[in-house]
Write a protein that binds this ligand. Structure first.
Ligand code: FAD
Length: 407
């Protein structure tokens, strides 16, 4: 696999692997058990230069590629999913959106916070607008030089720990005319009217808070609206295109968990004896190992390819179709690989003393968050057929101004 990487990429991967094994692995079980965001790990990641790697050098980052980020994410995910997600969200996702479409002031703000270790929160999902994100009701009303935001989001990663928030809302001008969906930047402890209402009780990923956020007359300066060149009317599609990089990151976390689980299973297959033989001598397990490795290799290649790709418009973001396929395949394969790895350990795999049960809980998320495997399949089919595939009964979003963004 290394043969597909440059010398610099291999060196970065080796550095990330050593960090993951020495710093992250010893903390992983406690992060899960205590359900506490790992500020010590954030500090260590920042000192090692693994946060904000993709931020341009002119803004204090390293100007690294998405492939570099993917290599580091995989190594962290082998040890600790929460740590891997911090690396995703300080290098891909909301930060990429701001770097692509933000003003100079917005880029400087986001770069400073991320390089200090802040994991930006992206706020799209609402209780009644999940896969159907265009049905969101959170609104931003223009009042002079500010937007006033009201609404409610849930399942927001980093709720209560993230400082920078990229909030998606329907935008209305001073006459009450709807313009489309826009993104707005707010810093939690500097903005009145941004409240964490509750923390979700999650199955896994327990060191990373997921929460419900309420915006009550949250005032955001108009200069903090993130405006793609196409403006608000098609802005949602552009902003989501940039956010597309996060899908590659999320798929990589799933793949990294699977790689870590497979390492454990392989070691155990060479160690554990039953019937007077190493269990790895049984063909039933050998074929499982081969299938696990095959799925892992395919996932890894799809993710590398997506990370290196560019959008059809030549944009600096991964091709949406390649990113969607990579996330579907990697997340579904990872659930199977981790489940099979757990099986190698028999009863021990079911114990909380080994990391397999934590990995099995953590990996389950990745067919859901960041676009479900079903919705991503619709995206892939839509590109294949060359058709828009709107999912509402009448074929379009209830809001005519958002029709173009509904693809
Ligand atoms: P629903 O949309 O209600 O879907 C329910 C089921 O129906 C799913 O299986 C779905 O695939 C299926 N379905 C829906 N529509 C279709 C269709 N047209 N065709 C076929 N099947 C369909 N959101 C954020 O904004 N920010 C975050 O930081 C964030 N972090 C998250 C972290 C975690 C751990 C999780 C679990 C979620 C997070 N989310 C976040 C929310 C996530 O993006 C949504 O859960 C996801 O988009 C699905 O929405 P939903 O949960 O409302 O499911």
């Amino acid at each position: 696999m290394e043969s597909t990487l440059s010398r610099d990429e291999i060196a970065l991967q080796a550095r990330a692997r050593a960090f993951s094994q020495a710093v992250v692995r010893p903390r992983a079980a406690a992060i899960d058990r205590d359900e506490q965001y790992p500020w010590d790990i954030v500090k260590a990641l920042a000192e090692a230069g693994f946060v904000g790697m993709t931020v341009p050098a002119a803004l204090g980052g390293q100007g690294r590629s998405f492939v570099d980020a993917v290599l580091v994410i995989e190594e962290m995910a082998k040890s600790c999913t929460v740590t891997a997600r911090i690396v995703v969200e300080t290098n891909m996702g909301a930060i990429s959106t701001v770097m692509a479409y933000g003003s100079e002031a917005q880029k400087k703000l986001a770069a400073r916070l991320v390089l200090e270790g802040d994991k930006p929160a992206i706020c799209i999902t609402e209780p009644d607008a999940g896969s159907d994100a265009l049905a969101m009701t959170t609104r931003a009303d223009r009042r002079g030089d500010t937007y006033v935001i009201n609404g409610r989001k849930h399942w927001i990663t980093g709720a209560g720990v993230s400082r920078l928030h990229l909030i998606f809302a329907r935008v209305f001008d001073e006459r009450g005319q709807e313009l489309g969906i826009g993104g707005f930047l707010a810093v939690r402890d500097e903005s009145k009217g941004l409240r964490v209402a509750r923390r979700e009780q999650t199955m896994g990923l327990r060191g990373m808070p997921e929460g419900e956020l309420v915006f009550e007359n949250l005032e955001v300066p108009a200069s903090m609206a993130v405006l793609p060149p196409s403006g608000f009317s098609r802005g949602f599609a552009d902003l989501m295109n940039a956010y597309n990089s996060q899908r590659v990151g999320a798929g990589t976390v799933a793949m990294g968990i699977a790689a870590g689980a497979l390492d454990h299973a392989l070691e155990w297959a060479k160690t554990r004896e039953q019937f007077g033989r190493k269990i790895g001598e049984f063909q039933g397990l050998q074929w499982m190992l081969a299938d696990m490795q095959t799925q892992l290799t395919a996932s890894r290649l799809m993710l590398y390819t997506a990370a290196r790709s560019r959008g059809p418009d030549g944009s600096a973001f991964p091709d949406p179709m390649l990113a969607a396929q990579a996330k579907i395949f990697a997340s579904e394969s990872a659930i199977k690989i981790v489940n099979d790895a757990l099986q190698f350990f028999g009863a021990r795999g079911y114990s909380r003393e080994l990391p397999l049960e934590r990995m099995a809980r953590d990996v389950r998320m990745f067919t859901i968050g960041g676009g479900t495997a079903q919705v991503l399949r619709t995206l892939v089919a839509s590109k294949m057929l060359g058709w828009k595939l709107p999912q509402t009964r009448d074929g379009y979003s209830p809001n005519p101004s958002l029709r173009d963004a509904a693809e």
